[in-house]
Design a protein around this ligand. Sequence first.
Ligand code: ZN
Ligand code: ZN
Length: 580
Amino acid sequence: MDPRSAAHVLTQIAAHLELRGESSFKIRAYEQAARALTALGTVDLAALDVAGSLASTRGLGPATLSVVRDLIATGESRYLEQLRADSAPGLLALLRIPGLAAAKIHRLRAELGVESVDDLEAVARDGRLGKLKGFGPKTAEKILRGIEFHRTSGTRVLYHHGEATAAAFLAMVRAHPDILSAEVAGSVRRHTETIGDTDIVASCLGNPLAVATSFTRVGGVRTVEHGDTASPSITFPDGARLDLHCVTPSEFAVALWRATGSPSHVAEVASRLAARGFTVAGDSLREADDATVSVPDEAALYQRAGLSFIPPEMREAQGEIERAARGPMPDLLHSGHIRGALHCHSTWSDGKAGIAEMAEAARARGWRYIGITDHSQAAFYAGGLSRDQVLMQHDEIDALNDSARDGFRILKGVEADILADGSLDYDAALLDRFEYVVGSVHSRFAMDERTMTERVLRALDDPHLTILGHPTGRLLLTRNAYAIDMDAVLEKAGGTGVAVEINADPRRLDLDWRLIPTAKAHGITFEIGPDAHSTQGLDNMRIGVGIARKGGLACDEVLNARSADDVLAFARARHTGRRR
Ligand SMILES: [Zn+2]
Ligand SMILES: [Zn+2]
């Protein structure tokens, strides 16, 4: 029994207890124990218990320990099975509906008999939910939208969650004595914005089928599909699915390529191979006389197809194959190119860390500057700054910059609301005091497409605007982009010299990478904004870089891959250029 699977079971128990309206003290005990187990890494729990150190693990209490021991002994939890038996099967799915917490589900169940997503949809549609105290027609509408999202997104999770699960699975696979090497493939390797399951390709010593089978029999496995093959789909108790591909060392490169690209990418490259007399047969490549071709790595495979190497992130059949047929792919941006962050919040508005602390954290990440962009006054709900606060914040930044030892710079930015009429929050005199301005839509999302497009186009005309923040307002798995003509917006941003943000908050990843080629065609400069609300939030940058790579961006197309002086020159050129 590995800690990850055990943690899953404890998390499930906590969710069931939450649904039953049990005390928060009891629920927290299970959540805390799950975290404690996750922190143990990849140890064997049975061995840990024999050694006597399981019982003394901080965060495990008598009740949670007995669940873990049950798992070690039988691979299952009788307590979880009992909780499952006592509750309607559709109930847990309700927890995945955006905006519906356990307390609300508890009430809906008690007062309206709601036990599944279908029940919920029925009461939201027929008006009963809207009449319930504390809900109302607006909530009913929201819930209906949430249901729609739930149905279309299924069990998908945000990239950073999928990546963390994949890392845990990879550690488990690599720990197997008969595995020579293993890599994550699939959508995690392609860095898509949401993740459905984890694909891992493993090169095995001996018989791949035997190795694959041993993984289907570990404790904590819920269901197995294709269990009689070397590529089983293994589902764990929390619904996380591992598609494991066990192969011989000589098949590894072809298997990794097949498991990484989108189905259309793989099919298109396979047909190019076929045109040159090669056949992809399972995880090997054959010549016309059926002889196996040695494929030492993915680059060799692309070479056989007459293509230059295509980075994993780009393997989506969105034009990258034609590009690779013309010659070497561009050198893509990577995290080492990033020299600073330009979209960051501090305690002055709704951030959790002060400016000095954020600056220190940015310096610790190897960056040379940080731009502080707290909210403007219209964003009162997010602690937007009044005029006086802006002036005081600038004094603080000046003082910090004066005492900086190594040339690290703090830039005076702002995330100004784009108001309903398209003007930027604050008057021109105050906007002039900032070194650069990010403009974002934070309100009135329900406008029709024409009005919303005009609103943003007007903002792009304001010479104060340096960067258009999270341009479509989408929240992944929660809220669609607002209605807006992005072609018109990107064309105008290109024409006026406004940079467009790739917001790197894993809930946003906005601009959508699919629009990057269009934006590039309009000559747009991109900014990758962590939208950090804490020091850890700065690590969003890495996720944004992955999205930029999906869009095929190179270092010189990214504003915050330039020096602070160049960023300020960019902002000034925009400002004075429009005034001529
Ligand atoms: Zn924002
Ligand atoms: Zn922000």
